[in-house]
Structures are given as C-alpha cells and as structure tokens.
Design a protein around this ligand. Structure first.
Ligand SMILES: C[S@@+](CC[C@H](N)C(=O)[O-])C[C@H]1O[C@@H](n2cnc3c(N)ncnc32)[C@H](O)[C@@H]1O
Length: 311
C-alpha cells in the first residue's frame, strides 16, 4: 500500500465518526505531495498517521486545520522527524481494565498480574479503579471506567492484586513529565474524557509505581513470570499489543505464554490473534476479542467502552 493509501485507509477505517479532526488531517495528508515526500523518507515503521499526528501535537502544532498542520509540519520538519524517530505509538488506555475485570474477578484470588506490552502500566491497576456497567457500580474513586456491556453479569467484587509487573520494549514512566506529555499527545484531539482518565490513572500509578521491565514479550517473559510470588494466581495479559509484533513472533509468544503456570488473558484484534468459531461481531465499529487461556469470551471495543459477552 502507498503512504497516501495508508493515510486514506486509516481515515476511512479508524477515524470516521471517531475523530473528525484526524480524519480531515489523514485525508489531506493523503493528497499532499510535499508531506508525502517527507514521510516517505522516514523508515517504514515510522510513517503511521498516529505517530506523526501525535508528534505534531506534542510539539504544540495545530491538528484541527489541515492547511495549518501542513505549514507547521513542513516548517518544523527537523524537530518533527527527530521526535518521530525516537517515539513510538504506545497509547496506554486504563479504560481497557473495564473489559478485563469480569475475567480477573472470577479467577482464584489473590492475583499476580503480569502485563506484556504494558506501556506505562496503567492497565495494571484494575483493583484501584471504579467501574460503571450500566446501573451496576463497583469500586470508588477515580477514574470511573464506563463500559456498555451486553450479555454480561457484571462482577460484584474487585480482584485482589498482590503483585503487578509489566514488560515492554520501551516502558514509559508516568512520574516523568515528558513521558506523560507523550501519552497525552497520543490521545485523539476530541477525546477529552480519555485525557482526564489518563491523568486520574497516572495519579493512581504514580502513588505506587509498578515494576516495569524493559524487554521483549517472547524472550523475556519467562524470567519475569518466575519473579511472581508463590501463593498467587499468575495472570499474563495483553491488550492491543500483538498488532505491533511480527506474525512469527506472535506464534512464539503464544507458545511461551501457554507454557507458563496460571492464566492468560488476551484482548486483541481477531485478525492478529485468531480464534476458531467466533460468533458474528457486533455491527458497529472494529472490535477486539477477549479470551481466557485461548477461549474467546467477548467482543470488546478498542478503549474498553463496550463489550458483548458470548462466552
Ligand atoms: C498500543 S500499546 C498498548 C499498551 C497497553 N497494553 C494498553 O492497552 O493500554 C502497545 C505496547 O506494546 C509494546 N510492545 C510492542 N512490541 C513489543 C514486544 N515485542 N515486547 C514487549 N512490548 C512490546 C509497545 O512498546 C507499546 O508500549
């Protein structure tokens, strides 16, 4: 696919109806020869719309008006390129805990949580957040994670977590203002509620930072799993990670995770982590599949805002 087609496709598939500002930008970039030439000189892995738009936001550039975006990006290209080369798309969405919680709550307690592809580790605090599944509320404090759930008996207790650890190629630190600014810049412009959620979840994590280890989810998982305390159920989990992992390494990861004791929770795009016998997906929007030990249980929306339970 050409870069222009990638941007146009991203506009149609991911942005329409979700971020009008980024949809406008992606369509304009797809038609902008000057920007396409600059993007084309970047390494292939650094050409994604999300990365470019996030960097321009990080640098204080405009993202509402495509012409202003063009002028800013071209005039500041050395700074944009420098940031694009050192940054990666590492959106950390605490809201995804709302779809993990129903599974976590039914496992033997207490839990030792190990998240692969943890980013800053905000999904390692499912026991600290509050939840709303329709009228059903659970937990107290902030952030409150809302999830429109169908077919689900919502959990009636929070999990008891005695150990939390994350593994990431590039762990981010919520106590570092530059890392926090990057996580903020990755949130799409209109999503003010997600920006608030990031701040609230970052405060929770900063109060008791998780163990975050720099490493690869295949090569370094067994050693980190071996550090989990005895007497707790080890739960290895991941959400929206495997699309960043090349297919042969995904298979290697599944082999490694299946060889470990405890349980494995995946929340991934079904094109990336395949399951047999899935029911029809809900008609609106793209969905991930929530699975426990390889058994699919629910369709989930990307930021944890909705789920349809079928398990
Ligand atoms: C899109 S973020 C998702 C973060 C978090 N799971 C969430 O749902 O909020 C994907 C994360 O996976 C990490 N990642 C990608 N490939 C990895 C690998 N091979 N080993 C460990 N982490 C990886 C990236 O660095 C990034 O932080």
């Amino acid at each position: 696919m050409t870069i222009a087609a990638t941007y146009a496709d991203f506009a149609a598939r991911e942005l329409r109806g979700v971020s009008p500002a980024y949809e406008r930008l992606a369509l304009a970039v797809a038609d902008d020869d000057e920007l396409l030439a600059l993007i084309g000189a970047l390494p292939p892995a650094k050409r994604q719309p999300n990365l470019l738009f996030g960097v321009v936001r990080l640098l204080g550039g405009p993202v509402e008006d495509p012409a202003a975006f063009h002028d800013f990006a071209v005039a500041n290209w050395p700074a944009v390129e420098a940031q694009v080369r050192v940054r990666a798309t590492q959106t950390n969405e605490a809201g995804r805990c709302a779809v993990l919680l129903p599974v976590l709550a039914r496992l033997p307690q207490p839990l030792a949580l190990l998240e692969v592809g943890a980013s800053a580790g905000l999904c390692l605090y499912p026991d600290r957040y509050a939840y709303r599944y329709g009228d059903h509320r659970l937990g107290a404090g902030a952030p409150v994670l809302e999830c429109a759930a169908e077919g689900l008996t919502p959990p009636d207790r929070l999990p008891e977590v005695v150990w939390r650890a994350g593994l990431d190629l590039n762990p981010l630190d919520v106590t570092d203002s530059a890392d926090l600014a990057w996580l903020d810049a990755l949130i799409w412009p209109e999503h003010a509620h997600r920006r608030e959620r990031l701040r609230a979840a970052a405060a929770v994590a900063a109060a008791e930072p998780p163990l975050l280890v720099r490493g690869d989810l295949v090569d370094d998982l067994p050693a980190l799993a071996a550090r989990a305390p005895a007497g707790a159920t080890l739960v290895v989990f991941h959400t929206s990670v495997l699309y960043q992992v090349p297919p042969p390494r995904r298979e290697a990861f599944v082999d490694v995770v299946r060889s470990l004791p405890g349980h494995w929770i995946a929340n991934e795009d079904p094109d990336v982590l395949r399951h047999d016998g899935l029911p029809q997906p809900p008609s609106v929007g793209g969905h991930n599949v929530l699975a426990l030990d390889g058994t699919p249980l629910a369709w989930t929306r990307g930021h944890g805002q909705a789920m349809v339970w079928f398990g």
